[in-house]
Design a protein around this ligand. Structure first.
Ligand code: ADP
Length: 484
């Protein structure tokens, strides 16, 4: 297998050769055209000269023809012939019957087949202007131009004047030198240059690849590719790779934290469960003690079930493998149901719950998920509001969306904690939170946010430490099959 470096070099050299050949042929064609043009001009000048000799003779009432009784063809008078012989080159004077009445000495020197063919071809030569290229047996080429003699007495038709044009169709020596020596040398040098340059590029790429492999082996994700003078050509690539490594680092850290948190959360209820079961099995325990221990064990099992269910929900959401059973959901009865639950929870905790405003709205949504979302927010509000506080729910309808808001006068969230509230397993006060009866897992808001987003909506929050919090769910109306 050829390396990419060799393949690229070969492609580069092949491209250069193709371009050079095309250029060479174009230059040669232009040069040959110019040479033909010069030769044609020269031949035409000779033709003009010969034509002037004949017309001058005719105008000065001189005898242009000698006619003898025996001659079948009218011949030019010796005086005119004499003068014509002073014109150099290939001159043929043709009469109206297509016969050559004069041939210059150069034409006379043409032999055999050449002569006969030339004669026929000259007879077909158009009357004026156009040229004929005639190839001789000796590989030489002649270029003839025709010049009309119309108007001259005695049935003369035209003069064909020619010149040797061989040099117009051959490649000149200096061109050959360029084509065979200089150009191949330049292309060879360019090829070597390209090969060396590609080698450097390939080395840089190999360096980058090795470095990326070393970084992404799992333990060095904190490292980044270092931009240097050497690798400036790949600055964009390296920056993109660095950004990708940063994202990988964040995801890996998140994954590690998630696994650690999940196992930690399961460890505590498992330990309690074990202690409860041991207590229930102890020989010394009374029947009542056993029942209390088993009751506690059951509670821990419920707690673990809740945790596992939440984890499963988030795992499915991450994979995009969740089934939302959308149906028209009337929000007013749903919010009222949530409100009634909130009243009971609030009463137990000495928190006043109100529902000051509602709206009659129907949206296309998953009723169970929506209830879960609203209840999460309401239970949080009650959970984090001390006795004597207030929780207010509200359902509002706007032109494009509908909002469900939960405001509390509870403990609030500090500015430092606020950015983390939607993170998984995050709790403002972990130790107290687990130990006290509030004891959530820190997954509720992450799930709530996912539910809102899965419905094309948002979950936003604002809070002040010691003053209370406001959580708002916004669901779109209209498009996506939703209606009011
Ligand atoms: P948890 O099950 O711990 O309540 P959530 O994901 O629902 O988990 O909430 C994450 C954290 O956000 C809570 O532990 C709490 O610190 C904070 N939080 C949520 N809602 C409120 C609220 N209404 N008032 C104050 N803090 C809140």
């Amino acid at each position: 297998m050829l390396s990419t470096r060799v393949k690229l070099t070969v492609a580069f050299v092949a491209g250069l050769v193709a371009v050079t050949i095309t250029l060479f042929l174009a230059v040669l064609a232009a040069r040959n055209n110019a040479v033909y043009h010069d030769i044609a001009l020269y031949a035409a000048a000779q033709g003009d000269l010969a034509a002037r000799i004949i017309t001058d003779a005719a105008q000065s009432k001189e005898k242009v023809f000698t006619t003898s009784d025996t001659a079948l063809i009218a011949a030019l008078s010796p005086k005119v012939v004499d003068r014509l012989q002073s014109v150099p080159g290939y001159i043929v004077v043709v009469d109206t019957a297509g016969r050559a009445v004069y041939r210059s000495s150069d034409v006379m020197r043409l032999q055999g087949v050449d002569m006969a063919t030339l004669q026929t071809q000259l007879a077909d030569l158009p009357k004026s202007g156009e040229a004929l290229i005639f190839s001789l047996d000796s590989q030489e080429k002649l270029l003839f131009v025709s010049h009309s003699l119309a108007g001259t007495p005695g049935g003369l038709s035209r003069i064909a004047s020619g010149a040797v044009a061989t040099r117009a169709s051959t490649i000149p020596r200096e061109y050959m030198l360029d084509a065979l020596v200089i150009v191949p040398l330049i292309i060879g040098a360019a090829g070597v240059g390209a090969f060396l340059f590609l080698g450097r590029t390939q080395r840089q790429l190999t360096e980058i690849t090795t470095e990326v492999a070393a970084i992404t082996d799992g333990r060095s994700l904190h490292r980044r590719l270092a931009l240097s003078e050497e690798t400036t050509d790949f600055a964009d690539l390296m920056m993109t790779l660095n950004a990708m490594i940063s994202r990988l680092e964040t995801s890996f850290a998140g994954l590690r934290r998630f696994t650690a948190d999940a196992s930690h959360e399961l460890k505590t209820p498992l330990a309690v469960l074990r202690a409860d079961v041991e207590r229930a099995m102890a020989d010394t325990s009374s029947q009542t003690e056993r029942m209390v221990a088993l009751e506690e064990a059951l509670q821990e099992v419920r707690r673990m079930t809740d945790l596992v269910e939440s984890l499963l929900t988030l795992a499915r959401a991450d994979e995009g493998r969740f089934d939302l059973h959308r149906e028209p959901v009337e929000l007013l009865p749903l919010v009222q149901e949530v409100y009634e639950t909130a009243l009971i929870l609030g009463e137990a905790q000495g928190v006043t719950v109100n529902l000051p405003f509602t709206a009659d709205v129907t949206v296309m949504a998953d009723r169970t998920r929506l209830r879960q979302l609203f209840l999460n927010l309401v239970t949080n509000a009650i959970k984090y509001t001390p006795a004597g506080g207030k929780v207010e729910l509200g359902l509002g309808r706007h032109p494009d969306n509908v909002t469900f808001a939960v405001r509390d006068t509870g403990i609030g969230i500090s500015a430092a904690d606020f950015p983390h509230i939607f993170e998984r397993f995050w709790r403002a006060d972990r130790v107290r939170s687990r130990m006290s009866e509030r004891g959530g897992f820190g997954l509720g808001l992450a799930i709530s946010q996912w539910i809102a987003q899965a419905h094309g909506g948002t979950l936003t929050a604002s809070s002040r430490l010691g003053r209370g919090s406001l959580f708002t769910v916004t669901l779109p109306l209209g498009g996506d099959g939703q209606r009011t």
